[in-house]
Design a protein around this ligand. Structure first.
Ligand code: 3HC
Length: 648
């Protein structure tokens, strides 16, 4: 039975049990209706608790039911029935109360949560808005501005934040259900506090308008965030029942939208990425102490990511001064996290307390996993890994963060090379979600499984890639950039290409990205590879010409654009340089429309994606979608390039 009813004296206890995440499937909704009616009809029941078995409170509506004809009772009606109950109903929340799960809790008359519980309305991430009263009830408890923030970002609130903002009444000290029963008993004989009857607190309309404008800008073409935010405003403007009806109509419309279908593809793709054929029953090796070699920008970001996930981190630099500078870099990243409100002062102190920095590699001896983030040069890395092989336990895992080198060449110097793999982080590593887990030729199944498990514990998304130049992401990005450079030489200008791709929904156009990252590193790589370049392949020399003219990107005030007083503008010198390059290549320049630019880029990405699949580098088209979305700013609401190409 999906919902059972037990008794604790005069308190009825409804328990939802629908593994793995207690989604509000049809059986749960029907069960809730039936058991609630029974509890309400029983005169010996004075109060009711709603809780869940297993690892979490209800994690939302059942996304697997989205494409199917809806079956009654619908979730909004279940929530309304709970709210209408004349006996007090208390939600006892553990794990994650998300989407329809939080909406069920909002329908209850009081909420109590365990200290590590999290709550949120992540519907926008599926391209929809909450559909069971979330946008109408939430602002009544926590105010409009905070509700707009939660529904438009889909972010989760901790129990502490939920308590401070008025979403929950209490955080349970010890046993959650016992505390919920005490709370429920204290409410017996009082009029239930029905969320829908609470007036929406006054708010500053101008400020909230600004908030919505910012939401729209950030959504880059995705509809649901602003739609959810506007529904919150309507909660303040419409009678409750009309607000609920408006929300339901928006939900039903968006659930059919292409954007929601694409985002549901992404949701499924993320779960699929973790499933690797042959690893189903493989147990990962235990990892608690992690070594990070190199505490530059990348290494510091990696260290912060591991500290945030509860690991003990030993960071090593080449000498005392560099170790000290590395520690300061890591502390600087924490200071930024604190300033932006992403972590509390207590968390900052606790996490930094698990960091030690050293100037000797020998100090990595107790590590279960060592990851390097040193200069991307084969001889530097082989020297390092040969040394590491003698320092750590023979079964400790060794990982390279190389972007372009061949990890199998590095593996050649590792003793027990089956413990060696690639963990390719994206910069800034404490923020970016993607990690390519690179499957080296000899890697042991449990080492690959450990790589994926560690990445998951970091709260990041791991995608397995085979070995090739640039792995999945940078190899496709190279093809993407190549296509853009061809158009640059054929007649488009950097700002036209960037505008077309940003119009499509990319976070940033490729030339703006290049200016931010700096043009010199790839220039050095091109010079290194010049001798082995295939002379028959078209080569666009514009980037080289720019570097020769001292355009290294934002850091030098000029790259593909000109940067003056923090403002980016089109640089006539660059335009002239590009036109000269076209002429030199014997090309008559022509105009490009935005649609053509986008189509060319997508075709280039998809062709490379197909090659990568054919070679077995990526396991499935949806993995390529995830890499592009999470590493290169491809708009998630378009589902990814392979999804767009129909390769689902
Ligand atoms: N419906 C159906 N299945 C779900 C589900 C959901 N809402 N959420 C998760 N699952 C499934 C996953 O597909 C996965 O199945 P699999 O094992 O067959 O691959 C399994 O549950 C475990 O999920 P995860 O691998 O994601 O487990 P984690 O422990 O890493 O994370 C979680 C758990 C935080 C609950 C995460 O699954 C999650 O964020 N789920 C989505 C929550 C969500 O989006 N809720 C809103 C739904 S829309 C809604 O409620 C509309 C309403 O307003 C009407």
């Amino acid at each position: 039975m999906a919902v059972s009813l037990t008794r604790d004296g005069n308190v009825a206890h409804l328990i939802i049990e629908n593994p793995p995440v207690n989604a509000a499937s049809h059986a749960v909704r029907a069960g809730l209706m039936a058991q609630l009616a029974q509890a309400n009809a029983d005169p010996s029941v004075h109060a009711i608790i709603l809780s869940c078995a297993g690892r979490t409170f209800v994690a939302g509506a059942d996304v697997k039911e989205f494409g199917q004809p809806p079956l009654e009772p619908f979730l909004p009606n279940v929530v309304n029935a709970i709210e209408a109950s004349h006996k007090p109903v208390v939600a006892a929340i553990h794990g994650t109360a998300l989407g329809g799960g939080l909406e069920l809790a909002l329908g209850c008359h009081a909420r109590i949560a365990s200290p590590d519980a999290e709550m949120g309305l992540p519907e926008v991430k599926l391209g929809i808005v909450p559909g069971a009263g979330g946008t109408q009830r939430l602002p009544r408890l926590i105010g409009v501005a905070k509700a707009v923030d939660l529904v438009s970002t889909g972010r989760r609130m901790s129990a502490a934040e939920a308590h401070d903002s008025g979403l929950i009444e209490t955080i349970a000290d010890g046993d959650l259900v016992a505390a919920a029963a005490t709370l429920a008993r204290s409410l017996v004989g009082t009029e239930p506090r029905r969320t829908g009857t609470i007036p929406v607190p006054a708010f500053d309309a101008t400020e909230v308008d600004k908030q919505i404008t910012a939401v729209e800008k950030k959504a880059r073409g995705q509809q649901s965030p602003a739609a959810a935010a506007r529904l919150v405003i309507q909660a303040a403007q419409l009678p409750f029942a009309e607000g609920l009806a408006a929300e339901r109509a928006a939900f039903l419309e968006l659930v059919q939208s292409d954007q929601s279908k694409a985002l549901r593809h992404v949701f499924a793709a993320e779960r699929l990425a973790a499933k690797i054929l042959g690893l189903e029953d493989t147990k990962p090796r235990p990892v608690e102490t992690v070594g990070v070699v190199g505490a530059g920008l990348m290494g510091a970001g990696i260290a912060v990511a591991f500290l945030a996930a509860g690991y003990t981190v030993r960071a090593v630099e080449r000498d005392e001064a560099s170790a000290q500078a590395g520690r300061e870099r890591i502390e600087g990243l924490f200071a930024r996290l604190l300033k932006s409100g992403r972590i509390s002062e207590a968390a900052r102190i606790e996490q930094l307390g698990r960091l030690s920095t050293f100037a000797e590699r020998a100090q990595l001896d107790p590590c279960d996993l060592v990851i390097e983030a040193v200069f991307d040069d084969l001889s530097v890395k082989t020297e390092l890994f040969a040394d590491l092989s003698t320092i750590v336990r023979p079964d400790a895992i060794l990982a390279t963060n190389t972007s372009y080198l061949n990890p199998d060449q590095i593996a050649a110097v590792v003793t027990n090379p089956e413990r060696f793999l690639g963990l390719h982080f994206f910069s800034p590593a404490n923020i970016m979600r993607l990690v390519e887990v690179v499957r080296t030729a000899q890697v042991a199944p449990d080492v690959l499984a450990t790589g994926l498990a560690v990445v998951k514990r970091l709260g990041k998304l791991g995608v397995v890639s085979g070995v090739c130049e640039g792995f999945i992401g940078n190899r496709i990005f190279t093809a993407y950039r190549r296509e853009c450079d061809f158009m640059l030489e054929d007649g488009a200008l950097p700002h036209e290409i960037d505008a077309a791709l940003e119009g499509y929904g990319f976070a940033m156009g490729p030339y703006a990205v290049n200016d931010m990252a700096g043009l010199d590193i790839s220039w050095a790589r091109r010079k290194r590879n010049a001798a082995t370049r295939d002379p028959a392949r078209r080569y666009v020399a514009i980037a080289d010409r720019l570097c020769e003219a001292g355009h290294f990107g934002q850091k030098t005030g000029k790259g593909y654009y000109l940067y003056e007083a923090g403002r980016r503008s089109v640089d006539p010198e660059v335009t002239a340089l590009i036109e000269a390059a076209s002429q030199e290549a014997g090309i008559t320049r022509r105009a490009f429309k935005a649609d053509e630019i986008v189509a060319r880029v997508l075709d280039g990405i998809v062709a490379e994606g197909r090659a990568i699949l054919d070679e077995g580098i990526a396991l499935r088209p949806s993995d390529i979608d995830l890499v592009l979305i999470n590493g290169y700013g491809f708009p998630a609401w378009r589902g990814g390039p392979m999804y767009q190409a129909g390769m689902r």
